[in-house]
Write a protein that binds this ligand. Structure first.
Ligand SMILES: [Zn+2]
Ligand SMILES: [Zn+2]
Length: 178
């Protein structure tokens, strides 16, 4: 057990020292399923316990990818928790990055992964042409259905269709590896 623990700490140390100041990094902003934790309407102990212990609450799965060399960052998934998640990224990086990401990637079409886009709209941040990357079926859905199509018609977002088995170059520090 001791040896296992020791090697764990050694690995941890190597990982810590391997990261230099300008290396890109990711920050996990949420880990829960689409509907978050606790879930609406759940009367079971799993969610009741969060009433007694608010620290047990978890935000919907999301992560930030940041490049210190270019001071850019990208958000993976626009969740219903996007407001708090953007604040979390900002506080964890000591406001060292722009408030808004250089782009948002949508991983899939479950509610927890795109509905946060509504906060880019006129009633909230009213952003200017934030690139939103998604597979073409998803970009078509967002273009053809309200209320999401308003984000494009008002240029709050700029949809960028992704292609299967192809890569996107984000910055010189973040290159695809096959
Ligand atoms: Zn529950
Ligand atoms: Zn999902």
């Amino acid at each position: 057990m001791m040896i296992k623990l020791l090697s764990f700490f050694l690995l941890l140390n190597i990982a810590t020292f391997a990261q230099t100041k300008n290396d890109p990094f990711i920050l996990i902003l949420g880990v829960a399923q689409d509907a978050g934790y606790p879930q609406a309407g759940c009367e079971k102990d799993c969610c009741k316990r969060v009433l007694k212990d608010p620290a047990a609450k978890r935000m919907v799965a999301s992560l930030a990818l940041a490049d210190p060399a270019t001071h850019q960052w990208w958000l993976f998934d626009a969740t219903p928790d996007i407001t708090t998640q953007m604040q979390l990224f900002r506080s964890k990086t000591n406001a060292g990055y722009p408030v808004l990401p250089s782009g948002i990637f949508l991983t899939h079409a479950h509610i927890g992964h795109y509905t946060g886009l509504m906060y880019l709209g006129r009633e909230a941040m009213n952003t200017r042409s934030i690139p939103v990357y998604a597979m073409s079926r998803m970009t078509n859905f967002l273009l053809q259905n309200g209320p999401w199509n308003q984000l494009s018609s008002l240029n709050n977002i700029f949809l960028k269709p992704l292609m299967a088995d192809s890569s996107v170059n984000l910055s010189t520090g973040i290159q695809p590896r096959w």
